[in-house]
Design a protein around this ligand. Sequence first.
Ligand SMILES: [Zn+2]
Length: 450
Amino acid sequence: MTRLLRGRLLWFAADPEEAGEGAHRYVEDGAILVADGLVRQAGEAAALLASVPEGTPVEDHRPHLILPGFIDPHIHFPQTQVIASYGAQLLDWLQKYTFVEEQKFADPEHCAGNAKFFFDELLRNGTTTAVAFCSVHAPSAEAFFAEAARRNLLMLGGKVLMDRNAPEALRDTPQRGYDETKALIGKWHKRGRQLYAIAPRFAITSSEAQLEAAGALAREHPDCHVETHLCENRAEIALVKELFPWSRDYTDVYEHYGLMRRNTLLGHCIHLSARERAAIAERGSVAVFCPTSNLFIGSGLFDWRAMRAAGGRIGLATDVGGGTSYSMLQTAAEAYKVLQLQGQNLPALTAFHAMTRGNAAALGLGDRIGSFEPGRACDAVVLDTGATPAMAHRMQTVATLEEELFVLMTMGTERNVAATYVMGERASVAGAGKPDGSGATSSAGRKGRA
Ligand SMILES: [Zn+2]
């Protein structure tokens, strides 16, 4: 099936922090030629319209922006009813809210219902790939992957491994966690677009024996990702020091068990020593910045500049339910504020790169998603930058693309998402508001070329 998506195209071919102005590609009247779900070509609409057979469907989204679908490299599938829980910092927040809610995921029906909601919500926000922690229960990962596969989404996830410092109903054992993870990898890893992430929740909730088992899983499955949390909160770090008295620091715990490698995603990375930053950079692991969560749970400020200076790779993520929004636009807005508080800046092009190509590169999936270079999956988000009266009003004064993008990330929400595409198909989302009228289909021919 061949079709064209027409609109203002924006994507990145390089990192603006390295390549500057030359990093992005912007086509004012652009089109993407999609065949079999993949981008064949992206460029000037006039040239592409002239090149396709007459009658090729054209979905016209002008004047909206079309970007690669957003990528969220750290989110918790079982926390859709934990988001916005009041008044606690990390360790209390886990005990008081999260560990209560996650127990419900022992029930496969609860998992299935939540999976539908979860992916609807991601798509409503223009997010087409995410890396999720499921609950400790294997059925939660089953439901996660089954629903993602049904929608043909490229998703990464894993059941969390946790065998201590949690209620009994949320504890596995080193052997059970290993066996269940092994079975889930066998069933889901690389099945369709699904990828498995081995998920020791964090050092506090795993015994040494379980971290050994997680390390064994990582060794046996070098192409699976590893997802966990690191140095989010000071009380957490103190407890890790007590639990692992032999360790040089928190990062050393994961290093010791063979869990720090290039496809390791480390949520938060706030309170790090210079040694830890250097270790993360040396091993090529990814520090995942979760600004709405870090502000909401009062964890601290991620130091982007220090991580980049150390040569470290960075991802940008929501961390729902510690995070307060599913929107990567809102996430970028809070990232900007966190950096402002430290005398740093986050230019709009850097932020939009992070949400798309940057996060794809952080996942090692830059050859598959995150841009409109030929051969990538056509996962895309259509953004109406004037979707609210306040935004439309503000946009009247905007003179450049960078200004427009900065207003979009600062004021934007899911209301700005006019459509989301998965493998070139427009995703239907339960409970979506009325369509904005863009995306009307015509066909290439005399009319389409006019
Ligand atoms: Zn998290």
